[in-house]
Design a protein around this ligand. Structure first.
Ligand SMILES: NC(=O)c1ccc[n+]([C@@H]2O[C@H](COP(=O)([O-])OP(=O)(O)OC[C@H]3O[C@@H](n4cnc5c(N)ncnc54)[C@H](OP(=O)(O)O)[C@@H]3O)[C@@H](O)[C@H]2O)c1
Length: 279
């Protein structure tokens, strides 16, 4: 295990590299496991250095693949720039980028922290890293960019307004790029899971609420579906039948009804977790 430096790897490196942001969390861990099994070396990115070191060691031991780590806070310009420099200087061919790091927060918009950090991690960093990695993927005519969106991407989310809006960005951005890159050998997709038993619920303040817990699925199952469909070339990946059915239904009713219903669901979550749904 090495800490990735801005000067990249040794010149002899030629094994394909997969980069995973938010690698230490629920979904990230599963992506790392599958990518290592598939023969990729890995660059793991998150803020917690200890967790990254542990994960890299375990992954190297279990898979035999080489893992590097990069400690970076993607809510800060300097953190994103660190990763961009690394991508531009790394000598291994980057063949997969999983833009997975992200977080949400439940509450009335003006009572929550200012939205800048969430927009930076969930949307801006994702676009910046995609921009950094594309030139070499396009030149090689090979690559996969798997952007972790959410079922939240498909509707407005009253009481999680910024989170839902960032995920709508991820979905739209990924679909548009997949079309721009048609025939280039580079694929871009948006992975849109519903609730899952990761660290996300606790950080967002929605864990323990009935509407979240009742529907939360294990991340392993969702990521296995997501990764398989991404490799098969699917662009918008909704890995659960329940969410798919809700999407079909939501297209049959007026948008005003969709946002009213979402508002009710999220207000139930807010009350259950002691968050005031009032502005
Ligand atoms: N779980 C769900 O219900 C659910 C549903 C739909 C979509 N998603 C999406 O899935 C993605 C992964 O989340 P998860 O569910 O696996 O949550 P998680 O267990 O909380 O993992 C989040 C990961 O992102 C990293 N991260 C958070 N803030 C960061 C920052 N500022 N800079 C760099 N890394 C950061 C965390 O590591 P550090 O804290 O060490 O930085 C961790 O590795 C997110 O984009 C989330 O929106 C989750």
């Amino acid at each position: 295990m090495r800490e990735m430096t801005l000067s990249g790897n040794s010149p002899s490196d030629s094994a394909p590299l997969a980069i995973v942001t938010g690698s230490t969390g629920g979904f990230g861990k599963e992506f790392v496991r599958l990518l290592a099994e598939d023969g990729f070396d890995l660059l793991l990115i998150a803020r917690d250095e200890e967790a990254l070191r542990r994960q890299a060691q375990e992954t190297e031991q279990s898979s035999g693949r080489r893992c590097s780590i990069l400690v970076a806070d993607l809510s800060e310009g300097a953190g994103v720039q660190k990763v961009v420099c690394c991508i531009q200087n790394v000598r291994q061919p980057v063949r997969v980028l999983v833009n997975n790091a992200g977080f949400g927060a439940l509450g009335a918009f003006q009572r929550l922290e200012p939205p800048g950090q969430m927009i930076a991690v969930n949307a801006e960093a994702l676009a910046m890293l995609t921009h950094a990695v594309l030139p070499q993927m396009v030149a090689a005519r090979e690559g996969l960019i798997l952007n972790v969106a959410s079922a939240a991407a498909f509707s407005p989310g009253p009481l999680m307004a910024t989170y839902y809006a960032t995920k709508a960005f991820v979905l739209s951005f990924s679909e548009a790029l997949s079309e721009e890159l048609r025939g280039s050998g580079v694929r871009v997709c948006a992975f849109c899971p519903g609730p899952s038993t990761t660290g996300f619920g606790a950080r967002a303040g929605i864990e323990g609420t009935p509407t979240f817990d009742r529907h939360a699925l294990p991340p392993g199952r969702l990521v296995a579906i997501g990764y398989a469909r991404a490799r098969a070339g699917q662009v918008v990946i909704v890995p659960s039948l329940r969410i798919k059915a809700m999407l079909v239904l939501s297209r049959l009713v007026p948008r005003s009804m969709v946002r009213w219903w979402m508002g009710r669901q999220l207000a139930i979550r807010a009350r259950a977790s002691g968050v005031s749904p009032q502005s």
